[in-house]
Design a protein around this ligand. Structure first.
Ligand SMILES: [Cu+2]
Length: 118
């Protein structure tokens, strides 16, 4: 009996999740990757190291390491992040087309590139 109740609850959770997921798809940003550019910081590396985005799109870094990391534009083309703790995110909006190099101030060997297209 307990097991049956458990299943029903789980099914209710699943349908609730499906409902919110389809509701999300109605929005412009939706569940597709359009406008959602994620860079994971893991094992002292930016992944992907080079990302190509469109001007006006958001770029979000998320730190998956236990170590704090920062995102600093080599030529100060965008605001630098604070030290990101584990699972903390940092977002910038891609500016005018061009190539933007960045690195981690704590670990300068960690580098990445953003290519912004029109
Ligand atoms: Cu770092």
């Amino acid at each position: 009996m307990n097991r049956l109740i458990g299943k029903i609850t789980f099914a209710a959770l699943l349908s609730g999740f499906a409902f919110s997921a389809s509701a999300g798809e109605m929005k412009d940003t939706g569940s597709s990757n359009a406008g959602q550019n994620k860079i994971e910081i893991k094992d002292f590396a930016f992944n992907p190291q080079t990302i190509t985005v469109k001007s006006g799109e958001k770029i979000t870094w998320i730190n998956r390491d236990e170590e704090p990391h920062t995102i600093v534009s080599v030529e100060k083309q965008f605001k630098k992040s604070s030290a990101l703790d584990t699972d903390q995110e940092f977002t910038v909006v891609a500016g005018s087309p061009g190539t933007y190099s960045y690195f981690c101030l704590v670990h300068p060997k960690m580098t990445g590139t953003i290519i912004v297209k029109q």
